[in-house]
Design a protein around this ligand. Structure first.
Ligand SMILES: Nc1ncnc2c1ncn2[C@@H]1O[C@H](COP(=O)(O)OP(=O)(O)OP(=O)(O)O)[C@@H](O)[C@H]1O
Ligand SMILES: [Mg+2]
Length: 386
């Protein structure tokens, strides 16, 4: 196991300042809504279960009270993530917007913003990254961890040519100059960077070329683990596919390990060895790609897979998962999918679901055994009024 994440929790502290200035943050919008509701004295939570509604309203009221007194509240972004990644494999972490993908990516590199509180363990190659000194962590980032983010432009230096930046990355990765040159050459070969790309400045390149330089930059240090956060965002379908295959090739060629955080399930079906589905800051299902696509077990995974169009069957009825995620400003000791799950029972409210092995994968649902053979259309179809 190259990466092992245990009970990772991340809370963001949200202060009055953030509420006033970060209007685009989803949770700030959410928070405003609750502040308005609290003045009215009631919440429009669209939760049908009376017990859950009471429980959540009460907690939100407490949070708002605290916010009024102390000037800050918490956003629970990761609520106990448990995840293992095997050496040499590509793991795709998928899930809807706001489920905590970027938070997890940044937590692995320990580059979360200052308002984040982190607890748990992130063990890379036998070493707990969260327990390291900042100086040692910088070394790990320079030598062991590669990162490819969504905005590649923002981390290429506009004043230096691309060759210099890739070379610099390989030079900090090792003390041995010859080795650094080898890393550099391997990276530019693997990323297929020709002399035109290498000796020009980032602004002169197209979107796809920029991504390739970004890949080379991450690979030039011969990392043990490559973390990619939405590497295909804002790319057209064709380019996204080309780059996805290209990344996969790189991983095989350089014998590294990769975790990709993305929305693009269809693309991941082709290149990932394993899929982990994230919902509300926890991993609800994780297993080999084929198993997840052919026999999804968790109700949410069934919804995700059923929502994918099938080009061979254009008349396929697409599933959608009705409802919206529960508020993120309170912590949960029960299943966070409760309000959207058609088969949820009172017992799902009693404890947080833990991961169990079912059908060759890990599932965090107490009803997993019962649901394992029900296909997505059969499961979601009757509940969404077909
Ligand atoms: N700096 C921050 N301060 C406060 N809350 C934050 C901060 N960054 C993220 N959040 C909140 O944490 C939660 C998880 O966010 P995150 O960006 O990790 O989601 P994501 O799965 O990457 O979403 P997307 O798919 O849209 O990129 C969200 O509710 C988000 O609003
Ligand atoms: Mg993100």
């Amino acid at each position: 196991m190259i990466l092992s994440i245990r009970d990772l929790e991340v809370k963001y502290k949200l202060s009055r300042y953030v509420v006033a200035h970060l209007k685009e943050q989803i949770n700030v919008e959410e928070l405003r809504r609750y502040l308005i509701f609290s003045e009215k004295g009631s919440f429009d939570l669209s939760i049908t279960n009376e017990k859950l509604r009471r429980k959540i309203s009460q907690q939100i009221m407490q949070e708002i009270e605290r916010f009024r007194k102390t000037g800050y509240m918490r956003v629970y972004a990761l609520n106990g993530v448990n995840l293992d990644v095997e050496k040499g494999k590509v793991l795709a972490v998928v899930g809807e917007s706001g489920c905590g993908k970027s938070t997890l990516a940044l937590a692995i590199l320990r580059i979360l913003p200052e308002n984040a509180e982190v607890t748990g363990e992130i063990i890379l190659d036998g070493e707990n990254l969260l327990a390291l000194d900042e100086e040692i962590m910088r070394l790990r980032r320079a030598r062991k961890l590669g990162y490819i983010g969504q905005g590649s432009y923002t981390y290429l230096n506009p004043l230096m040519d691309n060759a210099f930046q890739v070379l610099e990355s390989s030079l900090v990765a090792t003390d041995d100059f010859d080795k650094a040159v080898k890393f550099f050459i391997d990276a530019i070969k693997a990323a297929k960077l020709d002399s035109r790309i290498l000796f020009s400045f980032p602004r002169k390149l197209s979107g796809g070329e920029i991504r390739r330089v970004a890949f080379a930059l991450a690979l030039a240090k011969n990392p043990q683990l490559l973390v990619c956060d939405e590497p295909f965002r804002n790319l057209d379908v064709y380019l996204a596919k080309q780059l996805a295959y290209f990344l996969r090739e790189l991983v095989d060629q350089l014998k590294t390990t990769m975790v990709i955080f993305t929305h693009n399930l269809a693309l991941m079906a082709e290149i990932a060895d394993e899929i982990a589905v994230m919902y509300h800051g926890i991993i609800i299902e994780k297993g080999p790609t084929e198993k997840i696509f052919l026999e999804p077990v968790h109700p949410y995974t069934k919804g995700l897979i059923g929502a994918l169009p099938d080009p061979r069957n254009p008349k396929k009825k697409l599933i959608y998962v009705p409802g919206e995620p529960l508020p993120r400003i309170i912590s949960y000791d029960f299943c966070p999918f409760f309000n959207r799950c058609p088969v949820a029972e009172e017992s799902c409210l009693e404890s947080k679901p833990s991961q169990k092995k079912v059908n060759g994968r890990l599932v965090a649902c107490i009803k997993a055994e019962e649901l394992k053979c029900v296909p997505p259309e059969e499961f979601w179809g009757p509940h969404i009024g077909w």
